[in-house]
Design a protein around this ligand. Structure first.
Ligand code: HEM
Ligand code: MYR
Length: 408
C-alpha cells in the first residue's frame, strides 16, 4: 500500500485542527476514517499520521528513519535541541545513547533521585502548608536534578533557572510569545550552566557527560550542555505525571488509604496506570531517509510520519475499558510492548525510546509515598478537569492541597 492509497483527511491543511483538537487529532481521525494511518497536510507539508502498534514500530525500530526535521523547530529547540541524541541515528546514536542508558538505567540514579526528591519535597510541603502539586513537585525535582548533576547553590538555588527547566517542556506545544520567551530563557540557562562547568566537582554526573568520548575525543561543550539539559529538563517534567497521579488520589480517595499500606510493587502498578491514562507526550515524528517498506506500507524517501502515542495508550484493542483507571493491568516499562508507549516504544538501547522510564516511575512512586504515607492534607474545591486541547496538558488546578501536615 502506497501513501496515495491511504485514507485522506479532507481538510486542505489540518494545522489549525491539530492545534484545536490537540491529543485527539490523530486518534479521532483514525477512528472516523476506520484506519490506523491517514494522510493530511500540516504546516504545508504532506504527512502520514498513524495510531497504534504499526506506527510505533515504524518510529521505534524500522531502518531508514530520522528525527531530523520531523518536529517543528521551536518544539525541537525547547525540548531536545540540535546536536542531541534524539537527532542522531545508527551507530553514532547507539554510542551516544549508551551514555544515557548507563547513567539512567544501569546505575542506581533512580533510587538516589527518588530518595532526595522525597526528602526535599516533604520538607517544602510541610513548611508551606499548602501547594499546587504540579508546581511544587516540578520545583523540588529541579533542585534535586541540579544537585544530582553536581551543580552548586548558584544553579540549584536559582528559582528562575528552576522555573525555566519547567517551562522548557510546559511550553513545548504552545504558540506565540510564551514559547519565544521560553526559548530565550533556555539560551540563558545554557550560558549559566556553561559558566558553572569549571566549578563542578570531580566525577560528578555533569563532568561525566562532558568527558564522554566520541571518535576519540570528548564531545564539544555545547553538545555536553544540550545533553546535560536532556537529563535535567525531563526530570522536572515528571512533576506533571505526579500531578496526574495526585489527581487520582483526589478523585478516588480510597487510593490514599490503599497506597498507604501497599508495597512498592503495588504502587508501581498504580503509577504505570497513571502513565497509561494521562495525556502527556502526544505524538512523535520521523522522516524516511530512503524508501521504507513497513508492515504493508510502502513509503517513499522524505516522507514525514507522525506516530500517535496518546491515542495508542487509549486503544480498546490493547487495553480493555481504556477509560477506566485499573492498576491491575500490571503494566511495566520493563516489558516491551508496542501499545504501552507513554515514553515511546521499542528497544531503549537501539531506538529513540526514552531512557528515563526507570527514573520517572521511581520518582512517581516516591511522590505517592510522600502524599499517602508521610503526609496528611485536605482537598479544597477545585477544577481537576483535563483539557485535551493543550499539549502538554495537566489537571486545571495543578492539584491544590491545603492544611498539609506530617502524618501522626
Ligand atoms: C526520549 C517522553 C522523562 C530523557 C523520549 C521520548 C519520549 C519521551 C516520548 C521519545 C521521543 C522520540 O520518539 O523521538 C518522556 C516523558 C517523560 C520523560 C513523557 C516524563 C517526564 C524522561 C527522563 C529523562 C528523559 C526522566 C532523563 C532523565 C530522554 C532522552 C530521550 C528521551 C535523553 C532521547 C532518547 C533518544 O533519542 O534516543 N522521552 N520522557 N526522559 N527522553 Fe524522555
Ligand atoms: C521532556 O523531554 O522534557 C519530557 C516530556 C516533555 C513533553 C512535552 C510535550 C510536547 C508537546 C508538543 C509535541 C508536538 C509534536 C508535534
Amino acid at each position: 500500500m502506497t501513501p496515495e492509497t491511504l485514507p485522506r483527511d479532507p481538510t486542505l491543511d489540518a494545522t489549525l485542527a491539530l492545534r484545536k483538537e490537540g491529543y485527539r487529532f490523530i486518534p479521532d481521525r483514525c477512528a472516523r476514517l476506520e484506519t490506523d494511518a491517514f494522510r493530511t497536510r500540516l504546516m504545508g507539508r504532506d504527512v502520514i499520521c498513524m495510531t497504534g502498534p504499526r506506527g510505533v514500530r515504524l518510529l521505534y525500530g524500522a531502518e531508514g528513519m530520522t528525527r531530523q526535521g520531523a518536529l517543528p523547530p521551536k518544539v525541537l529547540r525547547l525540548l531536545q535541541d540540535k546536536g542531541s541524541v534524539q537527532q542522531m541515528e545508527g551507530a553514532a546514536h547507539q554510542h551516544r545513547k549508551s551514555l544515557f542508558v548507563r547513567l539512567l538505567v544501569e546505575e542506581d540514579a533512580a533510587d538516589m533521585l527518588a530518595r532526595a526528591f522525597a526528602t526535599t519535597w516533604t520538607r517544602q510541603l510541610v513548611e508551606s502548608g499548602d501547594t499546587r502539586v504540579l508546581n511544587s513537585a516540578s520545583d523540588a525535582l529541579a533542585k534535586v536534578a541540579c544537585e544530582w548533576a553536581g551543580f552548586g547553590p548558584d544553579v540549584c538555588e536559582d528559582a528562575r533557572l528552576r522555573d525555566t527547566l519547567y517551562q522548557m517542556s510546559a511550553r513545548a506545544g504552545s504558540v506565540g510569545p510564551g514559547v519565544v520567551a521560553a526559548l530565550f530563557r533556555r539560551r540563558g540557562v545554557e550560558r549559566q550552566l556553561a559558566r558553572a562547568l569549571d566549578d563542578l566537582p570531580e566525577g560528578c554526573l555533569a563532568r561525566r557527560v562532558m568527558a564522554f568520548r566520541e571518535n576519540g575525543q570528548a564531545i564539544p561543550t555545547e553538545v555536553a550542555i544540550v545533553e546535560i539539559l536532556n537529563l535535567l529538563r525531563p526530570i522536572v517534567a515528571v512533576g506533571r505525571y505526579i500531578a496526574f497521579a495526585a489527581r487520582v488520589l483526589a478523585l478516588e480517595p480510597d487510593w490514599r488509604r490503599t497506597l498507604a499500606t501497599a508495597d512498592t510493587a503495588q504502587i508501581d502498578y498504580f503509577c504505570e496506570e497513571v502513565r497509561r491514562s494521562s495525556p502527556f507526550f502526544p505524538m512523535t515524528g520521523g522522516i524516511t531517509t530512503q524508501p521504507v517498506s513497513h508492515e504493508g506500507l510502502d513509503l517513499p524517501e522524505g516522507q514525514w510520519v507522525l506516530a500517535d502515542l496518546w491515542g495508542t495508550l487509549q486503544s480498546e484493542q490493547a487495553f480493555s475499558t481504556p477509560d477506566v483507571f485499573r492498576p491491575d493491568r500490571a503494566l511495566s516499562w520493563r516489558t516491551a510492548s508496542p501499545s504501552f508507549v507513554p515514553q515511546g516504544g521499542g528497544d531503549v538501547a537501539t531506538t529513540h525510546r526514552c531512557p528515563g522510564e526507570r527514573v520517572t516511575v521511581a520518582l512517581m512512586i516516591a511522590a505517592m509515598q510522600v502524599l499517602c504515607s508521610a503526609l496528611r492534607w485536605d482537598l479544597p474545591p477545585q477544577d481537576l478537569g483535563i483539557s485535551l486541547n493543550d499539549m502538554p496538558t495537566a489537571p486545571a488546578s495543578g492539584v491544590l492541597l491545603t492544611n498539609i501536615r506530617a502524618a501522626a
